[in-house]
Ligand binder design. Structure first.
Ligand code: GLN
Length: 409
């Protein structure tokens, strides 16, 4: 199983890790912040270390205080009173939660549909568990300027229908989407939901960027569509919600029929997740409303996004303006670099975008992630025209990056 897909190749996050790049390179690659979580949350984390029980194993379902906090914040968004014993599972980051769902539900050869490009971890997480990824394209638009909204990346309902077979077990719906930034519309989710119902499929709703949806656009949850609660697991993340990606605290919300087997898996994979940071995450969720934290944070991200979009507009660089998440895809097809540039081994033998991103990191001084990594090997060439820049950085850093982009044209 390790040999399927690219699981044995060096993962993209490690190749473009700051450790491999010059110290003065501005890191817009892997999506993590260069600022700390809010001070009040850091204080809650410190306080948690002073509580004896919070230093020890939590229940594998997660600490009760966090499950209660998740219930109070997400219950209203899911239009139901969540059962903290049966419908919420705390995991070691969203990634481990998703892995547990695959472990719990996939039989050898079961097919999992994902929209391509897809967050790269889905592929090995599915194949390690014996599943078979099936790809349905998110079609980028084409126009002369090359600038468009992530909304213009479209799915074709016929292609989705044709991808479903008697072996299909699950569809992954990632909204807001990494790396495109697309926020799926209600109509798109209804179309997916209708097919899931018709073919009795599970839906994994990866909504880790749910608090980062811009321009008054609405984030719809597929779990809220009629009949969908019973077949949907919704995935959330403290890392994204509180600028704390290294905390590795995430959660699954869904019906007992999905949470119970996923709990069985997570218990055997990690037994329980990091206790003190669960406690701190609980404190965070308890205070978001009073502090209007998500609203304020969203405004800050909108400003960060604007630094890059203004820069790309001024320079006439083609890009996808994201409706959600903190990523921007830049069309790099016109970026030129010498073939004999001293590329490292890990970059040679991969797509053109791997070389372009390496060249941009070293010569322009801004790192990014090559988007072919978000496509399967057979379709990698479609992604080769894009580099993904993460704007979860302070405004000054982004302004410096914007200065450097001038050298791109
Ligand atoms: N979710 C983050 C990103 O897309 C990082 C993922 C990872 O490092 N595995 O940048």
């Amino acid at each position: 199983r390790l040999e399927e897909g690219r699981a044995l190749a060096e993962d993209v996050w490690s190749i473009y890790n700051v450790a491999n790049l010059p110290a003065d390179c501005i890191n817009l690659g892997q999506g993590y912040m260069n600022f700390p979580p809010p001070v009040w949350l850091k204080k809650a984390a410190e306080e948690a270390l002073g509580v004896v029980a919070a230093n020890h194993y939590s229940h594998p379902k997660g600490r009760m205080r966090l499950r209660e906090a998740i219930k109070n914040v997400y219950g209203p968004q899911l239009n139901r009173v969540l059962d903290v014993e049966k419908e919420i599972l705390v995991t070691s980051g969203a990634n481990e939660g998703q892995y547990s769902v695959f472990t719990a539900f996939l039989e050898d050869g079961d097919e999992v549909i994902m929209f391509e490009p897809f967050f790269d971890q889905y592929l090995p997480s599915v194949t390690f568990n014996g599943g078979k990824p099936v790809y349905v394209p998110l079609h980028p638009p084409s126009n002369a300027s090359g600038k468009f909204s992530s909304d213009e990346w479209k799915i074709d309902s016929r292609e989705l229908r044709d991808a479903i077979t008697s072996r299909t077990k699950m569809i992954i719906v990632n909204t807001p989407h990494n790396p495109v930034g697309k926020v799926f519309t209600k109509a798109e989710l209804e179309m997916i939901a209708a097919l899931a119902e018709e073919h009795n499929l599970l839906v994994m709703a990866d909504e880790v960027y749910d608090c980062l949806v811009y321009d008054e656009k609405e984030h719809f949850r597929i779990a809220n569509l009629p009949g969908m609660w019973d077949r949907t697991v919704t995935v959330g993340s403290a890392g994204k919600s509180f600028a704390a990606t290294g905390w590795r605290v995430g959660w699954l919300i869904g019906p007992e029929s999905i949470i119970k087997p996923s709990l069985a898996a997570t218990t055997r994979i990690v037994f329980a997740s990091n206790s003190p940071l669960q406690e701190a995450t609980a404190a965070g969720l308890e205070q978001v409303q009073g502090r209007k934290f998500f609203q304020q944070q969203l405004a800050e991200y909108a400003e960060r996004r604007q630094v890059l979009t203004d820069c790309f507009d001024t320079l006439g660089l083609p890009y996808t303006n994201p409706e959600g998440s903190y990523f921007i895809l830049l069309d790099i097809s016109r970026v030129k670099f010498p073939d004999d540039y001293p590329f490292p081994e890990s970059v040679l033998g991969r797509g053109r975008d791997f070389r372009a991103c390496w060249f941009i990191a070293l010569e322009i001084g801004v790192s990014s992630i090559p988007v072919s990594e978000f496509y399967c090997i057979e379709h990698a060439n479609i992604g080769e025209v894009y580099a993904r820049f993460a704007f979860c950085k302070d405004v000054d850093t982004l302004r410096n990056a914007a200065e450097r982009f001038k050298k791109l044209v």
